[in-house]
Design a protein around this ligand. Structure first.
Ligand SMILES: *Cc1c(COP(=O)(O)O)cnc(C)c1O
Length: 221
């Protein structure tokens, strides 16, 4: 068995145990295998195993890799997780099924324009900057509701919110905060939890866990 398949199975077991402990029987979060920097050879075993959700953080890298994979496989969904520049939106909406990193109005306008030209549905998360970190992207929590309303007016299919908690801090208060914000604007999907904290994210009902190194191993690039 390929190491990525083995890692994924172990992660699924841990998730199952945690959900049992939390007594949340109907709860079934999705695992996004974050394949950034990894090659087709590492990705294909997971596709063959039947895994369907994959994440990348760069448009060009995703295009190169996944257009090749798409020649042979089409039973997967691609998630854009990284910072998205407006000049990359045209290509991004072609290849991705989800965008997790909507973080400004200019970008929202651009995505809306590109989607109108194409007959494509993209599911979108608004990235929220909960830590107030100037180096991180995201909508300020106090602006979230009005930003969300603008996105709806632009006909964007906003399904939830996303966060990346600050490094070296307990992520739980951030997960708790995002869950509350999400509920306040009546959204159902939550993109939170990575290799180091996905079990914590389950306590706050994350619906999309973004797991890279835990599945593929350490990134060398
Ligand atoms: C790389 C990345 C991940 C995965 O991180 P790991 O720690 O490798 O699990 C998740 N979310 C985003 C936005 C990323 O860029």
């Amino acid at each position: 068995m390929h190491h990525t398949q083995k890692n994924l199975i172990e992660i699924k077991e841990k998730i199952k145990d945690k959900i049992n402990n939390l007594n949340l029987s109907q709860y079934n979060p999705k695992i996004i295998a974050v394949s950034k920097t990894f090659s087709e050879q590492d990705i294909l075993p997971l596709i063959e195993y039947g895994h369907a959700e994959f994440g990348e953080n760069k448009v060009q890298e995703a295009q190169l890799k996944w257009s090749k994979i798409k020649e042979k496989h089409n039973n997967f969904k691609l998630h854009m997780l990284g910072k998205l520049q407006t000049n990359k939106v045209k290509n991004a909406v072609e290849i991705f099924d989800y965008i997790h990193s909507l973080d400004n109005l200019k970008l929202a306008n651009k995505i809306s324009n590109e989607l109108q030209k194409k007959a494509k549905e993209i599911k979108i998360f608004i990235q929220v900057n909960l830590g107030g970190e100037s180096q991180k992207s995201g909508i300020h929590p106090s602006d979230l509701e009005s930003f969300y309303k603008r996105c709806v007016e632009l006909n964007l299919n906003i399904i939830g919110t996303m966060c990346i908690p600050p490094d070296n801090q307990d992520p739980k208060p951030f997960f708790k905060n995002l869950l509350a914000l999400n509920r306040k604007i009546n959204l159902s999907e939550l993109s939170m939890g990575m290799s180091n904290d996905y079990l914590d994210a389950l306590e706050y009902k994350s619906t999309f866990l973004r797991i890279g190194t835990g599945i593929f191993g350490q990134r060398t690039k």
